[in-house]
Design a protein around this ligand. Structure first.
Ligand SMILES: [Zn+2]
Length: 382
């Protein structure tokens, strides 16, 4: 925690574990109402922000400390609309969309397409509902859909796999008992699930009358894509790069998962940093200009975290991932299983990275427990 405070990072649930909301309960970007279209008068002020060219940023409410996901409503030359990342399926989120559609004069069928940057529930959850309301296709990558089915399909084994995995990494029984109900709570928030059409990274899609290149964006979510438009140097980033927040990087159990998601993520950041950008549309919080600058800051954050983790391993000699997670993020996360899950998965992603570099090793005990220790380098620096 000390390290994060020093560097001013603001970790958040689903994107990054834990964040204290500011006094107003709103982010800086949402605090100013100037020039916005009021949506949802009489309750928490949700405001759609005009972005020029008819585009709207729609802060769709979330029942987590993150508070909002950014959906983008994009006018199309044919008179219809595209929605990018509609949000999580809650009563409040559906109300937000109904009110906005009423104010903007959007009738059933006017939303012609939903486009998903990735399948995390706070982006994907409303896509099936919107598909039913408007009879429109939902576009996402095949890999993202495969992962959504694995997580939220009717026969999903994921909750049991995650529980067994976290047990082997030292999570205590009383916290493991909270995991299944926590994961089950997402199911109704992603139903009805969409019948998707598939996007192919490397191809281009038309959005708002312009051609956008689909960029493979691994690390934060399997199968995620960003969209880049070189003419105006604009990037629709999903959660791959965010202002002020470091996206969560989780190692996950199971077959076919990325064994080193942090390395994949850092490679993706390096690729994104090569793209000149003047405007970035992120999945959370405010828009920003320079994706490369932010990508480099996030990469530096992870480099510091890796060094910090190596320091903890040197200090402790040997530790479970759960012990390291609590040393890194604090024991207060025991009160929030949602954030704790992301914190432990991210600790494991960092450990996997160090293991691949030969700087840490996992030791498997007879009782199934897995513990880590640092590996001294030849020059003696561990
Ligand atoms: Zn995400």
């Amino acid at each position: 925690m000390t390290e994060r405070r020093q560097h001013g990072e603001a970790p958040e649930a689903a994107v990054r574990p834990t964040e204290a909301a500011d006094a107003s309960g709103r982010t800086q970007g949402e605090a100013s109402g100037a020039g916005r279209t009021a949506v949802g008068a009489g309750r928490d002020p949700l405001q759609a922000e005009p972005l020029g060219g008819g585009w709207l940023r729609v802060p769709v409410p979330l029942p987590y400390s993150l508070r909002f996901v950014n959906a983008y409503l994009v006018p199309e030359p044919d008179g219809g609309w595209t929605v990018v990342d509609p949000g999580l399926n809650t009563e409040e989120a559906r109300t937000t969309w109904r009110e906005l559609q009423q104010q903007a004069g959007i009738a059933p069928g006017d939303i012609r397409r939903v486009l998903l940057t990735h399948q995390h529930p706070d982006h994907y959850g409303l896509s099936g509902w919107m598909q039913q309301e408007h009879g429109c296709p939902v576009w996402m990558t095949r890999q993202a859909h495969r992962y959504a089915v694995r997580m939220w399909g009717t026969d999903s084994r994921f909750p049991r796999e995650l529980e067994a995995w976290f047990r082997s990494h030292g999570m205590p029984d009383e916290l493991l008992a909270l995991l299944g109900p926590h994961l089950d709570s997402f199911r109704e928030r992603v139903e009805p699930q969409p019948q998707p059409s598939y996007l192919e990274p490397g191809e281009s899609v038309q959005l708002g009358g312009r051609s956008w290149r689909l960029i493979d964006a691994p690390g934060h979510a399997p199968g995620a894509v960003c969209l880049y438009e070189p003419g105006r140097r604009e990037l629709i980033a999903g959660d791959q790069v965010l202002a002020r927040i470091t996206p969560n990087i989780s190692l996950l159990p199971g077959d076919g998962v990325d064994p080193d998601p942090l390395r994949s993520y850092l490679a993706s950041l390096a690729e994104l940093a090569k793209l000149p950008t003047e405007r970035v549309y992120p999945g959370h919080r405010e828009l920003f200009a320079d994706a490369g600058k932010r990508a480099r800051e996030i990469a530096e954050h992870h480099a510091r975290r890796l060094e910090h983790l190596l320091g903890l391993l040197a200090e402790r000699g040997e530790a479970s991932a759960f012990e390291l997670c609590e040393l890194e993020f604090g024991v207060h996360l025991r009160r929030n299983i949602h954030n704790l899950r992301f914190a432990l998965s991210e600790t494991l992603a960092h450990l996997a990275y160090l293991e691949r570099d030969g700087r840490a090793e996992a030791r498997f005990r007879a009782d199934g427990a897995i513990r880590y220790r640092g590996v001294a380098r030849e020059n003696g620096i561990g």
